[in-house]
Design a protein around this ligand. Structure first.
Ligand code: PLP
Length: 407
């Protein structure tokens, strides 16, 4: 007997996550046929030979027998104390262990915090381009993404006046991603102060995704938002996935700061939602103290001669040598977001380009429009491969673009 087709959540039709979407599926098909692809779609350090530092691994394996029970829904007390201390040392006001939420990656906490915050029709101010989970989680929690532009001609920095002009009575939060995925922009202090001022005057929550907080190049500064936010309620997101190269461990955190009275209900709602899913993955939580109190293992990778620094240099130099490409050099994070310019950029379709690049040159990139921008002439690559492999990638990209110009 046939069964009626099962309907799914209608708003899923508005959600896109192309980093692991159609192109990635096609890539798997090609691989199954024996093709060797260079896949630059996911910011997955472990897939490119990066390993979590050994002292983090030992922090888990040495205590594996202690990891059986559920923890408190907000996370292990010692791990929350380490996160709170890390934030206090940065100057985050009112960062106590009680206001720390540990989750299965920042991903879970983005969804959980928006679920705690939003009522149907509430608006969230998001960067465009964004990391598309922010848009997806806003939509799936019945909110409405409202985008503020971060344009390449302004170094991918937003204009605070434009942000403020988008505030309506339905606006609930301003989201910042700093350092930014996909653009690599790192936000100056004055810009952050102006965003804080907007949130203060309009009674909004600040949500600062700082998962790349110490992945910075050539002396670029990182300014955490919470210390600048003072009494303005702020959720700051961080984790082990990128800075500590342990994305498979699924460990992230969110720290609530600012006036405790103003955010008391939000705190309670997040605690309740955390309790409904019992707790985050426990073994990973045992690595948090080691990560935050131990030696800095990311700085050498980002310094001249370090693998990420040299990968970024390979991309910047490859783009500079190409008449078809332009780039705002990333100040931080693990990505570059070049644009196709000149004759090659006329009538450019980023999806068609990404498909052609994969089908003809075995390289997978993410089309720029996947990051919720109206422009069609960008694409994103990760800085995770070896520098020489990135130079090879750009040689192949150059061949595809040259063919377009000659066609
Ligand atoms: N936020 C940003 C800006 C990201 O780029 C990512 C992953 O790429 C995440 C959050 C999610 O990280 P995780 O869930 O691994 O902590």
């Amino acid at each position: 007997m046939s069964h009626p087709t099962l309907a799914t959540r209608a708003r899923l039709s508005e959600v896109r996550y192309e980093i692991r979407g159609e192109l990635a599926r096609r890539a798997r098909e090609l691989e199954a046929q024996g093709r060797e692809l260079i896949k630059l779609n996911i910011g997955n350090p472990g897939a490119f030979g990066f390993r979590a530092p050994e002292h983090l691994q030992r922090a888990i394996t040495g205590r594996i027998a202690d990891t059986d029970p559920y923890t408190h829904q907000q996370g292990l007390p010692a791990a929350r104390e380490a996160i709170a201390a890390f934030h206090r040392a940065r100057g985050t006001p009112n960062a106590t262990p009680e206001r720390v939420f540990i989750g299965n990656g920042v991903s879970e906490l983005i969804d959980l915090s928006l679920r705690a915050l939003l009522n149907p029709g509430d608006e969230v101010l998001l960067p465009s381009p964004d990391y598309p989970l922010w848009s997806a989680a806003t939509i799936l929690n019945d909110g409405r993404p409202v985008y503020y532009a971060c344009r390449p001609e302004n170094g991918f920095l937003p204009d605070p006046d434009e942000i403020e002009a988008l505030v309506t009575p339905r606006t609930r939060a301003i989201v910042l991603i700093n350092p930014n995925n996909p653009t690599g922009a790192a936000y100056p202090r004055e810009l952050l102060e102006r965003v804080v001022d907007i949130a203060a005057r309009h009674g909004l929550l600040l949500m600062s995704d700082e998962i790349y907080d110490s992945i910075l190049y050539d002396g670029a500064p990182f300014h955490p938002l919470a210390p600048l936010a003072g009494d303005v309620p702020c959720l700051s997101f961080g984790g082990l996935s990128k800075v500590h190269r342990a994305c498979g461990w699924r460990v992230g955190w969110a720290v609530l700061s600012g006036d405790p009275l103003a955010s008391g209900e939000l705190h309670h709602a997040m605690d309740l939602l955390g309790a409904l899913r019992l707790c985050a993955n426990v073994p990973g939580q045992f690595a948090i103290e080691a990560a935050l109190h131990g030696e800095d293992t990311i700085a050498p990778l980002c310094a001249p001669g370090g693998r990420l620094h040299e990968a970024r240099r390979a991309v910047v130099e490859s783009v500079a040598a190409s008449e078809h490409l332009d780039l705002v050099a990333p100040a931080g994070a693990l990505y570059a977001f070049p644009s196709v310019v000149g004759a090659a950029g006329v009538g450019f379709d980023d999806h068609a380009f990404a498909l052609e690049l994969m089908e003809t040159e075995d390289v997978l990139v993410v089309p720029g429009s996947s990051f919720n921008v109206p422009w069609r002439n960008h694409f994103r690559v990760t800085l995770l491969p070896e520098p020489d492999q990135l130079r090879e990638v750009f040689a192949r990209i150059g061949r595809v673009l040259q063919r377009r110009v000659e066609a």
